[in-house]
Write a protein that binds this ligand. Structure first.
Ligand SMILES: [Zn+2]
Ligand SMILES: [Zn+2]
Length: 121
């Protein structure tokens, strides 16, 4: 198993299983059940670039009332180009919203701006 592969969906790095498939090695994430081609795991799904970084992402839920509590953390894979706004946000110490879908993992239509996915500051 090559190093530095992470699940593009949940950031899992440990519980990944490689399986030979018709299009090459498929990686199956045992943490979330996603499968993805090994070779695509290290490139941005939107621009195809390899300038990717991982940033912590809080998984939150609303407990009683309106109090927001952080229940766990995982890692989001971000593209320094396509997710630039979110990378900058993370660099300011602001958490990545749990619902944010990184362009690095989910191909984004270049015609639609991603601003709507960023919560009010
Ligand atoms: Zn996963
Ligand atoms: Zn990109």
């Amino acid at each position: 198993m090559p190093r530095n592969i992470a699940c593009p969906h949940c950031g899992e790095e440990e519980n990944l299983v490689g399986r030979p498939g018709p299009d090459g090695i498929q990686i199956v994430c045992e943490a979330c059940g996603a499968s993805f081609p090994r070779d695509a795991a290290v490139t941005c799904a939107t621009c195809g670039g390899g300038d990717l970084i991982q940033r912590p992402r809080a998984l939150t839920q609303y407990s009683r009332g309106t109090q927001l509590s952080v229940t766990s953390w995982n890692k989001a894979l971000l593209c320094n180009t396509c997710d630039a706004a979110m990378v900058a946000r993370s660099s300011e110490g602001k958490p990545i919203p749990p619902h944010y879908q990184p362009a690095a993992a989910f191909r984004r239509d270049p015609e639609s701006p991603d601003d709507t996915q960023i919560l009010p500051r």
